[in-house]
Design a protein around this ligand. Structure first.
Ligand code: PLP
Length: 377
């Protein structure tokens, strides 16, 4: 696989042993934000893991732990574990759901700016990806009119990322109603990616889609962000909506899951303990996000040409910078001349003039990295 020019420049800098401050780092295991290793490893050493008695939807005890997480964290107390199907990652969950909904050539609508993985998933599954715009006007808004115009008779689902990566914007209640109506009208499903739902930057409660009754809805999440444990490979799909649509969808999802039986026993058995770890690790993550955001804003005061866009949740911030070159050229220049790595906005579907930084980078690196960027600009 050939690297894009920015990734190639980053690999080259690393090969040369350059001291690059990496403001793209968003793997919690690599930025010193791990949960309690002893508790996790102890839970993995469960003797019952030597049995093999798989269930297509995943072990009941693990699905019950997921249902408990929604009750405790999001106040949804009636989630039926039968509506939960476990997968090894959110990415795998996407592929199961897209396979369930689509034939080759069918279309899926995804937000732009948005998460770059969709393009790869669509390629692998022979689907056509259409992007619907989010626009920025005192915060991010969904452009419903443009979304409606994109829909054809082959559009099978609308993906929402709640909050979105990298814009950090949640789906607003009014937008949710509009999306439900659109899905019902065109017999489409909603796919709601909630991996960052537990990371709002304010005290406003945002409802999960797991109990969305109004349209066929697949809600995706997992341990990689909830408990900062991407290496454990445990995620899920929750199916909700009108019962006449949910039951057949669940049966077909079960056939797909049964075909692979991709879940391993130790991780499923350890999932209650791993979910419990979220409380302390989420508090530490949010503390870091707030401190880095505060640092960024403090440094930006002296640099009015660079603007940070509003962010309501998640682990990223977006900088609008003067457009003097493509964002890729700027990111490569920052790497070579200022020794700092940031993502060019076009990775996420932005036009030129945007950079994306991770907010979970260790504070000192973040502070120095931002100072280097602003000095360079
Ligand atoms: C919006 C979004 N969805 C899904 C994922 C992937 O999650 P997983 O590690 O469970 O595949 C990511 C990873 O960064 C993400 O940003």
């Amino acid at each position: 696989m050939s690297l894009n020019p920015f990734a190639a420049a980053l690999a080259e800098a690393k090969e040369q042993g350059a001291q690059v401050l990496d403001l793209t780092a968003s793997n919690p295991a690599q930025v010193g934000l791990r949960p309690d290793a002893e508790a996790v490893l102890r839970a993995l050493a469960n003797p019952i893991a030597m049995e093999y008695d798989p269930l297509p939807r995943g072990l009941l005890s693990a699905r019950q732990a997921v249902a408990r997480y929604y009750a405790e964290q999001h106040g949804i107390s009636d989630l039926d574990p039968q509506h939960i199907v476990l997968t090894t990652s959110t990415s795998e969950a996407y592929s199961f759901v897209m396979r369930l909904l689509c034939d080759p050539g069918d279309e899926i609508a995804v937000p732009r700016p948005g998460y770059p993985l969709f393009e790869f998933l669509a390629d692998i599954l022979d689907l056509k990806l259409v992007s619907y715009p989010l626009f920025y006007d005192h915060g991010w808004q969904l452009d419903l009119y443009s979304l409606e115009k994109l829909i054809t008779e082959r559009t099978r689902a609308i993906v929402v990322v709640h909050p979105n990566n990298p814009t950090g914007s949640f789906v607003q209640p009014g937008e949710r109603d509009d999306l439900n109506a659109l899905c019902r009208q065109h017999s489409m499903a909603l796919i709601a990616d909630e991996v960052f739902l537990d990371y709002p930057h304010d005290a406003v409660a945002r409802a999960s889609f797991v109990s969305n009754p109004a349209a066929l809805t697949f809600t995706l999440s997992g341990l990689s962000k909830i408990s900062a444990l991407p290496q454990m490979k445990l995620a899920w799909v929750v199916t909700s909506g009108p019962p006449s649509l949910v039951e057949p969808a669940l049966s077909r999802l079960e056939v797909i899951a049964d075909t692979y039986l991709s879940m391993n026993a130790p991780v499923q058995l350890a999932s209650p303990a791993m979910l419990q770890q979220r409380t302390s690790v989420q508090a530490r993550l949010m503390d870091r996000v707030r401190q880095n955001l505060g640092e960024l804003d403090a440094q930006l005061v002296a640099k009015p040409a660079v603007v940070r866009l509003q962010v309501d949740g998640g682990w990223y911030a977006i900088l609008r910078v003067p457009v003097l070159q493509t964002d890729e050229q700027l990111a490569i220049q920052l790497l070579r001349q200022a020794r700092v790595a940031v993502h060019p906005g076009h990775f996420y579907g932005f036009e030129d003039g945007y950079l994306v930084v991770s907010l979970i980078v260790p504070q000192q690196d973040f502070r120095n990295g931002v100072a280097r960027i602003l000095r360079h600009l």
